[in-house]
Design a protein around this ligand. Structure first.
Ligand SMILES: [Zn+2]
Ligand SMILES: [Zn+2]
Length: 285
């Protein structure tokens, strides 16, 4: 099974990275994609993938980074740097994480309209890169508190992206919504795009999350379009909530998904393996 979204190059793992990855192997994790969030993190993701055979890298710039970027020229400059990294490794299997993040911890603070515009420009520049290289795109979307605003904006952006894609008969690269938290309404709209994949992490085991319409959302999504991830070191599933997360716990997320979809764990595991091969063809075992 895959952990489709991890940050195993993160300094949180400096003390025991090799042992932690060994635990993942023993738990049945056959591949881990370690995700870059800015230029430095993307470089360190590439280095980490070079060290461990079953770790693969994704390079990208998180929407947070664009909150402090003010000019379109800087957006282009950052994407250009990202592009330069691509020939440096055979183990880069995706672009991202990139996307939209409107969340603020303090409800009186808001992401400004200008910041949203720059986030969108930064995201679209990375979409173009994914298209150019035919690499899947790993998307981070986090709405403001108690609403779906960033998902709605993402849906509108992707609608125009898919409409204007001219791939000379080719399919648009896969688009993975990581740490998926959309409700039934936005899920229905994303399902209309055949290239969209939904990736779930440890927060689906939290009470607040399971209380909503997660049941319905998981019912709606066919198993062929599912992935599981940890987003470690964050979002550890129950019973490790609040502790450091690690790829071995992706199996707990998968167990939870299997239970909610009322299918056997073995069947889900097999399906996730097939999904991995289809979505990340560069990733070989
Ligand atoms: Zn993220
Ligand atoms: Zn992440």
């Amino acid at each position: 099974m895959i952990d489709a979204h991890a940050h195993v190059h993160d300094s949180a793992f400096d003390i025991d990275r090799a042992a932690m990855l060994e635990r993942a192997r023993l738990a049945g994790i056959e591949s881990v994609i370690t995700i870059g969030t800015d230029l430095a993190e993307s470089r360190s993701a590439i280095e980490c993938a070079a060290q461990y055979s079953f770790v693969w890298a994704s390079v990208g710039i998180h929407p947070h980074v664009f909150n402090t970027v003010t000019s379109v020229a800087s957006v282009a400059g950052l994407t250009e740097e990202l592009k330069k990294m691509l020939p440096s490794s055979q183990k880069i299997v995706a672009i991202g994480e990139c996307g939209l993040d409107y969340f603020t911890r303090d409800a009186t603070q808001h992401i400004t309209e200008q910041q949203k515009e720059v986030q969108k420009a930064g995201f679209l520049a990375q979409v173009a890169l994914a298209q150019e290289r035919s690499l899947p795109l790993i998307i981070h979307t986090r709405p403001s508190l108690d609403c779906m605003d960033a998902y709605d904006d993402m849906q509108a952006l992707l609608q125009s992206v898919f409409a204007s894609y001219s791939g000379a008969g080719r399919q648009h690269p896969y688009v993975i919504l990581h740490c998926y938290m959309g409700d039934a309404r936005v899920t229905q709209r994303f399902l209309d795009f055949p290239q969209m994949v939904f990736s779930f992490t440890g927060n689906i085991t939290y009470k607040a999350r399971t209380g909503g319409d997660l049941d319905r959302v998981l019912d709606m999504i066919p198993v062929e379009r599912l992935l599981v991830e940890t987003d470690c070191p964050y979002l550890a599933p129950v019973p490790y909530r609040g502790k450091r997360n690690e790829p071995a716990y992706a199996t707990l997320v998968a167990r939870h998904v299997a239970e909610m979809k009322k299918i056997s764990y073995t069947l889900l595991e097999e399906q996730l393996q097939k999904n991995t091969q289809r979505i990340f063809p560069q990733l070989t075992y």
